[in-house]
Design a protein around this ligand. Structure first.
Ligand SMILES: Nc1nc2c(ncn2[C@@H]2O[C@H](COP(=O)(O)OP(=O)(O)O)[C@@H](O)[C@H]2O)c(=O)[nH]1
Ligand SMILES: [Mg+2]
Length: 226
C-alpha cells in the first residue's frame, strides 16, 4: 500500500522531473519551424543577440549533430559526419517564428589530430562566445555514455565554472550501453556535476537512435530559456 502511495499519486508520470505540460509544450515547439540561420567562423560574424540561445558543446563525435537532428525531428538539419573536427564554426538555428530562441551547434573539441593553430582558433572563438554572450542562457555539454567525463571535457567544464556560465551535462548514445552501466555512468556523472558550481545537478541520458530522453531534452531547453 505504501508503495502505491509513492508512485504516481496523481496518476501522472513525470518525465525526468519535468512537468508533463512542459514536455508537451516543448514537443509542439520543436515540431514547429526550425531553420538554419547562419554559420559564424569568428566573433564578428555572430548574429544580432535578439533571442535567447542554448548552445550544444561536446567532444568531436560525441553525437552532437545527431542529437540536434533528433531534437528537431529533422534529419538533415545539422550535418552528421564520421569525420571529426571538420566544423570549426558556430552554427545558429532559429526555433519558432520570431524566433522564440536559438540553438547553437558549437565546434567539437578534443580532436587529437587537429593542427595547433586550429585548436587555438577554436579555443578563442568558443571561450569568447561562451564567456561574453549575454543572450546565452545555458550550455548543454554532451558526454558519451560509454566513456563518461574525460580530461578534454573537464577543461571546458572548468572554464564554464570559472566564468559562471550555466550548463547541464547530457549523456549521449545511451542505446550503446547496458542499463546497469548506464545507471552507473549517470550516477558518476551526477556526482561530478553536484561538485561543479555552474552545473545543473541533474543529468539527462539520451539516445538519438531510438529517442531515449529526447522529449526531456526538449523540455530542458525550454526550461533553460525560461
Ligand atoms: N548508436 C548511436 N549512435 C549514435 C548516436 N548519436 C550519434 N551516433 C553516431 O556517432 C557518430 C558521430 O555522430 P555525430 O552526430 O556526427 O557526432 P558529432 O561529431 O558530435 O556531431 C555517427 O556515426 C552517428 O551515427 C546515438 O544516440 N546512438
Ligand atoms: Mg557534428
Amino acid at each position: 500500500m505504501s508503495e502505491d502511495a509513492t508512485t504516481g499519486a496523481e496518476g501522472e508520470q513525470d518525465a525526468g522531473g519535468f512537468a508533463p505540460e512542459l514536455v508537451e509544450v516543448a514537443r509542439k515547439t520543436f515540431a514547429g519551424p526550425v531553420t538554419f540561420l547562419k554559420s559564424a567562423p569568428g566573433l564578428r560574424f555572430l548574429p544580432d543577440p535578439v533571442a535567447p540561445e542554448v548552445a550544444f558543446a561536446g567532444r568531436s563525435n560525441v553525437g552532437k549533430s545527431s542529437l540536434l537532428n533528433a531534437l528537431t525531428g529533422r534529419n538533415g538539419l545539422a550535418r552528421t559526419s564520421n569525420t571529426p573536427g571538420r566544423t570549426q564554426e558556430l552554427n545558429f538555428f532559429d526555433v519558432g517564428d520570431a524566433p522564440l530562441f536559438r540553438l547553437v551547434d558549437m565546434p567539437g573539441y578534443g580532436f587529437a589530430k587537429a593542427p595547433k593553430d586550429v585548436v587555438r582558433t577554436w579555443r578563442f572563438l568558443v571561450n569568447d562566445y561562451l564567456r561574453g554572450r549575454d543572450v546565452l542562457k545555458r550550455v548543454l555539454v554532451l558526454i558519451d555514455s560509454r566513456h563518461g567525463i574525460k580530461d578534454v571535457d573537464r577543461e571546458i567544464l572548468d572554464m564554464l565554472d570559472k566564468a559562471a556560465v550555466s550548463y547541464r551535462l547530457v549523456l549521449t548514445k545511451a542505446d550503446k550501453v547496458k542499463a546497469t552501466d548506464l545507471a552507473e555512468v549517470v550516477a558518476r556523472t551526477a556526482a561530478d556535476a553536484r561538485k561543479r558550481p555552474a552545473a545543473h545537478p541533474d543529468i539527462l541520458a539520451t539516445a538519438s537512435e531510438g529517442g531515449m530522453g529526447i522529449p526531456e531534452l526538449r523540455a530542458a531547453v525550454l526550461e533553460a530559456i525560461g
